[in-house]
Design a protein around this ligand. Structure first.
Ligand code: GDP
Length: 365
């Protein structure tokens, strides 16, 4: 290439030609890439069952993919892994941003790994679609776990609706369990819907709370408290100890007014400090006690079966909704229907009925 800078009029300036790059640095890399793309569902399953984390990650990427051809492979892999799944304790961990989830999960995870086994940390982040990236389940937030050879950390899938994101997390649990991960944490952020989704895929739902100004109970919805199998007040350290203990008492008092959950287990309230590693053993003793209790009275199996049913209906609902809203004919009618409803010319019910009739009638032909 001729460089104009080398013209005689520019003194003291010389630009050399660049070095031409070879097409590919290693001739083997090409084969390697091709081989990687060609993994069959059977290869994924073999790799997963052998505990190969690279293949597990690739399979999770397929599960998260929106491409129909990826979904076909993913579903086959999930189905083949299903008989090897279920052998774990799944704990949901929720709390508002700043409650100390990542600090706590790092400490909880190491505590659990010291007992043996393998841990997968997954996440459901309802905001990941908008932000195109998830802060939940981020490795940089869990520095000890991130370096642990027996830990697998995967951020929240970022595509689709909350229901879609949560379903992918649930499917990822199956793959992780088939890969021998016998402890699963599902992290979620404390905003209603995502907690319900998280609750519907775990055996124990742990709610992290902070001591506030005394009115902490007002900000927390009754439904969320009802979901919790255990409530833990974080940052019980330094000058915050009394406030944290007071908050725990308030929560305990509030829980007295709730009926005993179906599990027969009365939720406990504990204080701890994730940052200083205080009270961690007590929290996990509580979870172990709960698991032993519900395995004994049959609720463990019952809850998992109910969850399987829940996810079947969730999947049907999701598909029906997508099919309706992605229908070209419906899309073309929606705008007018909206206008009609807003101007008061037609009632919401009649407009909805008309669209639904159109949709279902078009199914019949
Ligand atoms: P997350 O948003 O829920 O994941 O919360 P983080 O784990 O990122 O914690 C939020 C902030 O609280 C950070 O500055 C932590 O250092 C701090 N923090 C977390 N746990 C504790 C604790 O046990 N005690 C104290 N004093 N601070 C903590």
């Amino acid at each position: 290439m001729k460089h104009p800078e080398n013209d005689a009029q520019f003194k003291g300036l010389k630009v050399n030609d660049g070095v031409k790059q070879p097409d590919i640095v290693s001739p083997y890399l090409k084969n390697f890439r091709r081989a990687r793309r060609k993994l069959t569902p059977g290869d994924y399953v073999d790799g997963i069952l052998k505990g190969n984390v690279t293949i597990l990650s690739q399979a999770v990427t397929l599960v998260e993919s929106l491409r129909p051809e990826h979904q076909v492979i993913a579903q086959e892999v999930i189905e083949k892994c299903l008989p090897y799944s279920g052998n774990s304790v799944r704990v949901g961990i929720s709390g508002v941003p700043g409650a100390g989830k990542s600090t706590s999960i790092d400490v909880f995870g190491i505590h659990e790994l010291n007992k043996g086994g393998k841990l997968a940390v997954l996440a459901i982040d309802p905001s990941s679609e908008r932000s195109h990236g998830s802060i939940l389940g981020d490795k940089t937030r869990m520095e000890h776990l991130a370096q642990h050879p027996k830990a697998f950390i995967r951020p929240s899938p970022s595509a689709g609706s909350l229901g879609g994101v949560a379903r992918k997390t649930r499917e990822t649990i199956i793959l992780c369990e088939a890969a021998g991960f016998n402890k699963i944490f599902v992290e979620t952020v404390g905003v209603g819907q995502s907690e319900t989704a998280c609750h519907s895929m775990v055996d124990f739902f742990l709610l992290i709370q902070l001591a506030g100004t005394g009115d902490e109970l007002q900000g927390i919805k009754r439904g969320i408290m009802e979901m919790a199998d255990g409530i833990v007040i974080n940052k019980c350290d330094g000058s915050n100890v009394d406030k944290a203990k007071m908050a725990a008492t308030n929560f305990r008092n509030a829980l007295h007014f709730f009926p005993l959950p179906d599990s027969g287990w009365a939720p406990k309230v504990l204080t701890y400090s994730g940052f200083y590693g205080l009270g961690i053993k007590e929290i996990w003793d509580m979870i172990d006690q709960y698991i032993a209790f519900v395995k004994e009275n049959g609720y463990f199996e019952y809850r998992r079966n109910e969850q399987a049913k829940y996810w079947m209906y969730e999947t049907i609902n999701e598909h029906l909704k997508n099919s309706f809203y992605q229908d070209e004919h419906i899309i073309s009618m929606l705008e007018n229907a909206e206008k009609g409803v807003q101007s008061g010319k037609v009632t919401s019910f009649v407009a909805a009925q008309k669209l639904l009739d159109e949709y279902f009638n078009s199914m019949k032909v």
